[in-house]
Design a protein around this ligand. Structure first.
Ligand code: SAH
Length: 251
């Protein structure tokens, strides 16, 4: 196990690997030793050893509510001591291309707006809009992403920064342009848009749990997003997830 993970997991705790989609998770489940599947709240949780590390794997389901519920179950019922998320996302940053990977520094909910009572995007009761990822775990993930891409997907670039989450599949040129502009003007220039990450970040903050997340860019959140997305998940994203998580847990 890597030093970074070693230090994070307490006795009896597991590393949770959360995927957004079943396609991404499949290859990871195949590699589990002492595999056990438990059903709870309509979800399947896979327990076992991955390169000797005790892990729990599951699918977040789509959207912020589903993802928060899944994260809470991982922590409260399956002794998750840290969560790593792998998924796909639409590009927001100018330099971010399909096939690149974004490792999250922090997250914002782009569709949360309790103004004028609170500043736009601010999560009431927390006094802030952004939820940061764990530095050490994110650095370990970043190293694994760099290593895996350099070996197998040399043309892909790695970015690190803000990711925006919301309950909407952003799939229109005008919509993505408006979102990019609004977030930029408000001082939150996000690199990618997806539907779960900020929810998991908030649940992890509530529990003081280390969290790191990577998203492979599957589309440009424009008029072609739905078609690009489907092809990409099938052909590329699941291979990325396997290579990267494999390296993270064996390095
Ligand atoms: N076809 C899928 C639905 C995928 S929804 C199914 O049937 O299950 C899109 C998923 O990918 C979400 O998990 C979201 O986090 C991410 N995503 C990829 N591109 C996105 C975009 N342009 N906007 C929002 N989320 C996106």
């Amino acid at each position: 196990m890597t030093g970074a993970l070693d230090a994070l997991l307490g006795p009896g705790q597991r590393l949770a690997i959360l995927s957004a989609l079943v396609d991404e998770q499949r290859g990871l489940i195949d590699q589990l030793r002492q595999r056990q599947r438990i059903e709870h709240a309509g979800r399947h949780f896979w327990l076992g050893l991955f390169h000797g590390v005790p892990v729990v794997l599951t699918v977040s389901r789509i959207g912020k509510v589903s993802a928060s519920m899944t994260a809470a179950i991982l922590i409260e019922r399956f002794a998750a001591g840290a969560i790593v998320f792998t998924g796909v996302a639409g590009a927001l940053g100018d330099a971010v291309q399909v096939g690149d990977v974004v490792v999250a520094e922090d997250f914002i909910q782009h569709d949360l707006d309790v103004s004028p009572l609170f500043a736009r995007y601010e999560v009431p009761a927390y006094g802030r809009a952004r939820f940061a990822c764990h530095t050490g775990l994110s650095q370990a993930l970043l190293r694994s992403v760099r290593h895996s891409l350099a070996r197998d997907f040399a043309s892909a670039r790695v970015h690190q920064g803000l990711i925006a989450s919301g309950d909407r599949f952003v799939s229109g040129a005008a919509e993505v342009q408006a979102l990019r502009q609004r977030l930029g003007q408000d001082g939150h220039p996000a690199l990618a848009v997806e539907m779960e990450g900020a929810a998991v970040a908030q649940v992890c903050a509530d529990h003081g749990l280390p969290y790191a997340a990577m998203r492979t860019i599957s589309d440009r959140a424009d008029d072609h997003a739905h078609r690009d997305f489907a092809q990409f998940v099938e052909q590329v994203a699941s291979r990325y997830a396997q290579a990267i998580i494999g390296h993270l847990l064996s390095a």
